[in-house]
Each structure stands twice: as C-alpha cells, then as structure tokens.
Write a protein that binds this ligand. Structure first.
Ligand code: MN
Length: 490
C-alpha cells in the first residue's frame, strides 16, 4: 500500500538486522475563531474554569447545535492550503463514548464524509532532502472539556471551557519514515496553518496536538501493527516519542513477541511510552449522522472565492524569494518559515543587495532573537535599521565587523545606524596614509615577526590583526591587506 523507499541511513539497526519505522499522524489543530463550533460561547484560551460555557456546550437537554460558518470557512481555506479536495457536501456524525469531560456522551465529528479529502504537504527535511507527505483527510470536530484531579483529595472537577471548541483533525498517510521527517512535517504543517491564519499553532496552549501512529517492519515488508501515541504537544517530544516507541517495538519483535495495537502515552520525563488503553475500532464508537444537524453544503463559487483570497503560501513565497532575490534555497526556506520573518526580510531587502540582507537577518538577527527567546515581531532592531547597516557596509562606510558593533548598539540602545556611526566616529579608515602610519609603527616594534613573515606568509594574518587593533577596527581590511603585503614584500 505504501511504496516509498527508505534511505538506508534512516533504517534502525536492531540486533537481528535493519528495521524501517513507519509513521502517520493525526494533528488536532484548534480553529482560529471567536466562538465555538456549534455555540456562541467564547473559544478564547484561558479564563476562569467554566467561564466560556453555553448551555449547548454543557449539553443541557433540548439544546441544539448551530454550525459556526467561520469554522467552516477556515477548514476550507486550510484544505486549499494543503492542495486538497474540498467536499461540497459533508456530514457531521456522533462519535459515542463516555468520559466525564464530555457531557453530551458523544463528540460531534465527521466520519465517512469529511469536509476535506486528499491532499499533500511538501516537506524539506534537510537542505538536501524533500519529501511529500500525503494527507488523507481533514475533518471538523468538537474538542472535549478537561477533568481536574489535583484540586481535591477526594473529588474530581471538570472545566468545560474547551468543550465544543472547533478542531480540525488533519490525518496524514503513513508516509513518514523517521523522527526527523516527523518533526519537519509538523513544523511545515504549523507554518502553513499560521500563514493561512486558521490556527495559531501554539503548542504550549494545546492549539496543536499530535497523535502519532508508529509501527516498524523489515524494509519492504507489509505494514506492521501500529501503536498510537496520544496528545504529544511539542515538536521535540514528537521526535523523542517516535524514537523510543520504535525501539520498544523492535525489542519486542526481536524477542519473538507480537505488537498489540493500543493507545500509549509518552512520558518525556522518563523517556518512555506506556500503555493507556487497548485501541478501539471505529465500530466501537457507534458512529451515526447527527440528527440535529443537516449535511453541510456549500457551492464551488464559495470555495473559489476563498481560494482567490488566500495569502501567498510558504512554498510559493520560497520559490519567489529564490527567483526574485537570487537567494539559496536554504536561506529562502529559513526566511519563509514565519510570515512575519518573510515580511521583515522583504522590508529590509527593498532596493538592496538581498543576499547580504538575508545573511544579516538569518545570522545576526535570528541568532540574537533566539538567544533572547524573542519573536521577530518584538525585535528591537527594525527592518529599516538592518537595511541601513547593510547600506553602510555596501558603501564602504563601515566594515562588516563594525556593522556588528552597530547592530549591537541599536539592539541595546535603539537609534539610527547612520547617526550612530557619525556620532561615535566608527567610519572606516580607507586613507592609505593613516593605515601606513599604523603599519610602520607595528613593523618597527616587531622586527623578529617581520623576518618570520618573509619565510611564512601566513603570518600576514597576525599583522592584519595588529593593524585592526591599532585603528580600533576601523581600517578597511582590504586596504590593510594590500598595504601590508607590499610593505612586507610577501
Ligand atoms: Mn479527533
């Protein structure tokens, strides 16, 4: 059923030979919407327990669900972003199970007729490796509430704030072959959702959760029995969970055992998965169409209008950055990972050497933002300031090294790079006379080194360093190099 070949480097070495890990994912993404899927209660994160609960969410007798059009719109937009088939007719079903945080006794979901059908996501796993992960479907469903067991020694409490919040469940095909691919897939999916604006992708707040299906097999063999690891809520944990679960299954199989299909939980503290419950089959849920809801129907012009209004998506933007700015694909990929970063880059690159700007944004700015744990929208250095620094370097007013100092000053104190360079006398010294004077002083003080340099031209670096030091880093490095070479006769 699945023909994708796994590169030998991705196989896991067991005691009895190589194993291939096969992963499929179900991602639950909370729809960006003010209200819940079938009620007008707030879908906002947080609030006091049970602040955001309508009579519908609490499943009071006689309450009827009414579909929230915004959630439908967002699901269609997301489907378009996943290059997927949009189904003009879909059906809401009841998925029956008992849980204290599910007051209806069933979840309204979509089973046989989801709103979105097959699609695909292109994933750059490394700068050199691209894979395509098939999407099986996307359906709309309700989230459940939350049971709280730690407020009292003898009672459990329930918070229904999340009950009825709209989720998109995005189901992938089992096309993923390693923890690394899985991490890259979720990152890419998150990027697409954030571009579209249909989910904020906030994994800490549970807006994006992954159920990870893992199985192992001998390379080329039929699919093995899978286990589902529920509700993994960080990209790093997704990778760890796959690695430990694959190892666990290989251990059992190599000992002659069999894998039983079950639902497991990943414990990041212990670095292990443990059994939660044996896996239920679809028929255990007694799915049937919800009699309170009509089939969901819309027409093609509605879909076309949504498509026409979609923003430029990450793959298109990346292709455009490569084409328009001549960026290496890797740099383009890094810049488009967040829409805000791409916008920042474009604002800074306008009318300038785009490759130089990309280097500054990726190396200096992103490096510094990561170190401080800041988002680009909160960068103390603006796109205009980066642009001004790049201009100063391109025009030979300052060296790249002084540029970094100016960046640091703007980061710490703010201000205009041009004024900073003027006011602090940071302009590059290109005047040969001034550089020669510095060279003469160093040559006079180090006759032994001058003699060594004639035999060993790599000593030039030492002299360059000394001249730069003597000029406070302001000498033009190229001029220093040339003048030194002629003075030392090397
Ligand atoms: Mn689900």
């Amino acid at each position: 059923m699945n023909t994708r070949q796994t590169a030998p480097g991705k196989l896991i070495k067991g005691a009895t030979g190589d194993w291939e890990v096969v992963v499929g994912m179900e991602i639950h993404a909370q729809v960006t919407s003010k209200a819940k899927l079938f009620s007008g209660a707030s879908a906002e994160y947080g609030g006091e327990p049970n602040d955001h609960v309508s009579l519908v969410d609490a499943a009071m007798p006689g309450m009827l669900p009414v579909i929230n059009e915004e959630c439908v719109r967002q699901a269609i937009r997301t489907g378009l972003g996943l290059q997927a088939k949009i189904n003009l007719r879909s059906v809401f079903d009841r998925k029956n199970y008992f849980y204290p945080d599910l007051p209806q006794g069933y979840q309204i979901s979509q089973y046989k007729h989801p709103i979105v059908g097959e699609g695909e996501v292109v994933v750059d796993v490394t700068p050199a490796e691209r894979i395509t992960v098939g999407i099986e479907r996307l359906h709309l469903e309700q989230d459940a509430g939350k049971s709280l067991h730690d407020l009292s020694a003898t009672e459990s409490h329930v918070d229904l704030n999340r009950s009825g919040v709209a989720l998109m469940e995005i189901v992938s095909r089992p096309d993923i072959r390693s923890a690394e691919e899985a991490r890259a897939y979720v990152s890419k999916l998150r990027t697409i959702l954030r571009y579209i604006g249909s989910c904020d992708g906030n994994m800490e707040q549970g807006s994006l959760r992954a159920d990870v299906n893992v199985s192992v097999r001998r390379p080329g063999a039929p699919l093995g029995t899978r286990c589902e690891i529920k509700n993994v809520n960080s990209i790093r944990f997704i990778g760890q969970a796959i690695e430990v679960e694959a190892r666990r299954q290989i251990g059992i199989l190599e000992d002659g055992g069999v894998i039983s299909q079950e639902t497991r939980l990943f414990d990041p503290g212990k670095g292990e998965t443990r059994s939660m419950r044996s896996k239920e089959e679809a028929h255990d849920y007694r799915y049937f169409p919800d009699p309170d809801l009509l089939p969901l129907e819309f027409d093609q012009p509605y879909v076309d209008a949504l498509k026409a209004e979609l923003p430029e998506l990450p793959d298109d933007k990346r292709a455009r950055f490569i084409e328009q700015y001549g960026l290496p694909p890797y740099d383009a990929g890094v810049l488009v990972a967040e829409r805000a970063s791409a916008d920042f880059f474009e604002a800074a690159a306008k009318g300038r050497d785009a490759k130089l700007v990309a280097n500054w944004v990726i190396n200096e700015l992103f490096g510094r933002l990561n170190k401080e744990g800041l988002d680009i929208t909160r960068s103390p250095v603006s796109a205009q300031a980066i642009g001004a620094i790049v201009d100063l370097i391109s025009q030979g007013v300052i060296s790249g090294k002084i540029g970094k100092d100016v960046f640091e000053i703007v980061w710490q104190e703010g201000g205009d790079p041009r004024e900073i360079v003027e006011a602090r006398g940071l302009k590059q010294v290109t005047d040969a006379g001034a550089i020669e004077a510095a060279i003469e002083a160093i040559v006079a003080a180090n006759p032994d080194k001058v003699a060594q340099a004639k035999a060993k031209p790599t000593m030039l670096g030492w002299f360059v360093g000394q001249v730069m030091k003597a000029t406070g880093g302001k000498a033009n490095p190229q001029a220093v190099n040339e003048l030194l070479k002629s003075r030392l006769e090397i």
